[in-house]
Design a protein around this ligand. Structure first.
Ligand code: SR1
Ligand code: MG
Length: 400
């Protein structure tokens, strides 16, 4: 068996050549490193006819931090399991996995020419209508399909054990629920937000709610989640989506995946005044509210339809499903708040805020995101889907 080694460009080509049947045997291959993610190395391998595949290799540490933060490289095999499981439940909803090698911690994935990463599409003002609905449908299928609604008791428990992901969950636990709620050296508090961060660290009511969310994250095994579902983990094209980067996948509360998508749409909403002119920014902010509305609406519709087919007569009851979805909504708001806070003052930020060039405008947008995240956590039980959309629409109308 080959031992693990870190791929050079040439090694990545050889790996693709060995496991991908789409290349002509005689065609020369070229590799370029394309990943700008925090954790792994990602290569695009192309032949002279323009056929391409992606090679993703996990390092035994977090790439953006270095060897000081070791992290299991078996996350590659775990990602493969999540992609396979989700892919069976939502055909076309995830990036196709072509090969996995646990020893080399490497995946071979389809290359999506003509698709764009959702975050990029949002930042460049591309038309992304239909994407949120497609993602809502995908989420309903994978979350329902791995939940107690669909699975028999013993099968569900076996799945929870088979798909456990302790090291990556610990990373999430640290960067979501620990560091951003104290003055920690790993945080990256933006210039100008020091006193906002200090005020947040002193907010005991907020920390109480975050503690409750942390316990939901740790203890609730509702469904197999993607685990890091931000807009940088979704390829989009004309109303379609393909989810990728599932290495953080684990059995957890559904609201964690839904909340992260909502949060990243709201981070974009908060940052938009820093991108383009005021009129364009306002129109795009209204479009983000529509995205959130569609995501939740289609998720709920599809989940209700699927629940009517549950093998459990108890869980088929519409009132039970309605209660369940209400709980998922509340969790989603809370987890959305934690994502917004950690993406503003924690270790891993987002381009929607950080890449705003005007310093004063960037600071305002970051402050808006921090405030909104805090409100979502504190008010999660009082905000309905319609209430959230109306609230965001008011903010957009008033330029807040
Ligand atoms: C230490 S950095 C951790 C973050 O990077 C990944 O992209 C995930 O979002 C994770 O939370
Ligand atoms: Mg990722």
């Amino acid at each position: 068996m080959t031992a693990y080694y870190e791929f050079s460009l040439n090694d990545a080509c050889e790996f693709a050549r060995r496991h991908y049947t789409g290349f002509d045997a005689s065609a020369a291959l070229t590799a370029e490193e394309v990943g700008d993610g925090n954790l792994n190395r990602v290569f695009r391998i192309t032949d002279t006819h323009g056929h391409g595949v992606i090679v993703k290799q996990a390092l035994p540490y977090i790439r953006c931090i270095g060897k000081d933060w070791p992290l299991t490289r078996h996350r590659a095999a775990r990602e493969a399991r999540v992609l396979q499981r989700h892919g069976r439940l939502s055909s076309g909803g995830t990036l196709a996995l072509l090969h996995v090698d646990d020893t080399l911690s490497a995946l071979l994935l389809e290359d999506l020419t003509g698709w764009t990463v959702w975050r990029q599409a949002l930042l460049t003002g591309s038309n992304t209508s239909g994407v949120a609905a497609a993602l809502g449908r995908h989420l309903a299928r994978v979350l329902y399909g791995t939940s107690d609604f669909a699975l028999a008791s013993a099968e569900k428990r076996a799945e929870v054990a088979r798909l456990t992901n302790p090291e990556l969950c610990e990373t999430t636990d640290t960067v979501f629920f620990n560091d951003p709620y104290q003055d920690h050296e790993r945080n990256r508090v933006p210039p100008g937000l020091e006193s906002d961060a200090a005020e947040l660290w002193a907010d005991r009511a907020l920390k109480h709610r975050v503690a409750q969310l942390r316990l939901r994250f740790q203890c609730d095994t509702q469904a197999l989640l993607h685990g890091d579902l931000h807009t940088g983990s979704v390829f989009v094209r004309e109303g379609e989506c393909r989810v990728f980067d599932a290495e953080f996948g684990f059995y957890g509360p559904m609201g964690f995946d839904i909340g992260l998508v909502m949060a990243n749409l709201m981070l974009n909403f908060c940052g938009l005044p820093g991108w383009g002119n005021a009129r364009e920014a306002q129109a795009a902010r209204f479009a983000r509210v529509e995205d959130i509305r569609e995501l939740w609406k289609v998720f709920g519709q599809e989940f209700r339809t699927l629940s009517a087919t549950s093998p459990s007569s108890l869980l088929r009851e519409p009132a039970v499903v309605a209660d369940y979805l209400q709980r998922v909504w509340r969790d989603s708001l809370g987890f959305a708040g934690t994502e917004m806070i950690r993406r503003t003052i924690g270790i891993a930020h987002v381009a929607d805020l950080d890449d705003i060039t005007d310093d004063a405008c960037r600071e305002n947008c970051q402050r808006r995101a921090l405030w909104l995240g805090r409100r979502l956590i504190l008010d999660a039980t009082a905000i309905s889907p319609l209430g959230l959309c109306n609230w965001l629409r008011r903010m957009a109308a008033e330029g807040e």
